[in-house]
Design a protein around this ligand. Structure first.
Ligand SMILES: C[C@](O)(CO)[C@H](O)COP(=O)(O)OP(=O)(O)OC[C@H]1O[C@@H](n2ccc(N)nc2=O)[C@H](O)[C@@H]1O
Ligand SMILES: Nc1ncnc2c1ncn2[C@@H]1O[C@H](COP(=O)(O)OP(=O)(O)OP(=O)(O)O)[C@@H](O)[C@H]1O
Length: 294
């Protein structure tokens, strides 16, 4: 029987600005987002029994109807009147609750997989709209590549591919709630807003050094202050020759961008030997956009 097997790409935020608050507590954002070659693997198979069942290799991750991957499948089934069931096998490699959109990328892949499996031919716009209902990062994870994201994250303007580089990602062993970080931002006095328009221009010019010099994330003013380990990892990456080092999303992961392979590998090895990061990975930008009709 046909089944769909997809890789789901993590993201980093090359910039993240909060430009407004909405009545529902969500925030209006302006972000430059980048997919990276750090991925989970999602396989979706049809089943005769109705409903969604799933399995994952991580014992501590719920493999029930609360998992974002299962919720994405259930949403498509409800919206498109699908009576058959599906089985999802989720192989996690992206660290959980890391600020890397792990769950969002799984959900996005399931939306695409359902579209292919049941021959729905839903356009990408529709998948992104459905994704938004489940989480603000999902529309970008449906699109992938490099993009300016506005609104709550769902208004996407594609940008040219980031020039090739090495991206070092390190996650300290701490848990950060995205909701709590956004809420705490209102109590923070010292917020430095990134110049998103200038960074978009640098991205348009495919100017890696320019993009890096314009990175900024207002959520650092909350998470980095609470967790000094984030500053330590950032400084370490910088000392090891990163063009820039910054927190991704609401944290706690930190990334460093390198244009020199040897420096990037040395920094990875040193971080992996140390105790500040429980997850370390050296990766590259992922620049292919999603093929909806593969
Ligand atoms: C921080 C980012 O990762 C940056 O890419 C995203 O904005 C968060 O995306 P996400 O985890 O998919 O977000 P959701 O699951 O939709 O929301 C989690 C929580 O983050 C806050 N949230 C999220 C997105 C947004 N534009 N404004 C917000 O205030 C809300 O309090 C929400 O309850
Ligand atoms: N498929 C999934 N993968 C990871 N986490 C999931 C998944 N489904 C539900 N979750 C729950 O979602 C929460 C956030 O996990 P996730 O890895 O998506 O965070 P994140 O990378 O910080 O997301 P973002 O960057 O979009 O804010 C976790 O507490 C986890 O229990």
């Amino acid at each position: 029987m046909r089944r769909i097997n997809l890789r789901t790409m993590a993201k980093i935020n090359l910039s993240l600005d909060v430009v407004g608050t909405r009545p529902d507590g969500y925030h209006d954002l302006r972000m430059v987002m980048q997919s990276v070659r750090l991925s989970d693997q999602v396989t979706v198979s049809p089943t005769r029994a109705p409903g969604v069942r799933m399995k994952t290799n991580l014992r501590y991750l719920p493999a029930d109807q609360t998992n974002l991957a299962a919720r994405a499948a259930a949403l498509v089934m409800e919206e498109c009147g699908i009576r058959d069931g599906v089985f999802i096998n989720l192989e996690k490699h992206i660290p959980v609750a890391a600020g890397l959109a792990g769950g969002s990328s799984d959900a996005a892949a399931v939306l695409v997989a359902m579209n292919l499996l049941f021959g729905l031919r839903l356009p990408q716009e529709k998948l992104r709209e459905m994704g938004k209902r489940l989480g603000a990062d999902i529309p970008f994870c449906v699109m992938r590549g490099t993009a300016l994201a506005e609104g709550i994250g769902e208004i996407l303007t594609p940008l040219p591919a980031l020039p090739d580089c090495r991206i070092l990602i390190a996650k300290p062993d701490i848990h950060v709630s995205t909701k709590a970080v956004f809420e705490a931002l209102h109590m923070t006095a010292d917020i430095r807003h990134p110049d998103t328009d200038a960074q978009v221009q640098a991205a348009q010019n495919r100017d890696l050094a320019g993009v890096c010099s314009l990175c900024g994330n207002v959520l650092e003013s909350v998470t980095e202050v609470r967790y000094p380990v984030i500053s330590r990892i950032k400084s370490f990456m910088q000392q090891q020759g990163a063009l820039v080092s910054m927190m991704s999303g609401s944290g706690p992961s930190v990334f460093g961008i390198y244009d020199d392979d040897r420096k990037a590998e040395a920094a990875r090895d040193a971080l992996a030997r140390g105790t500040d990061a429980s997850f370390v990975c050296l990766t590259r930008p992922y620049n292919r956009r999603t093929e909806i009709y593969d």
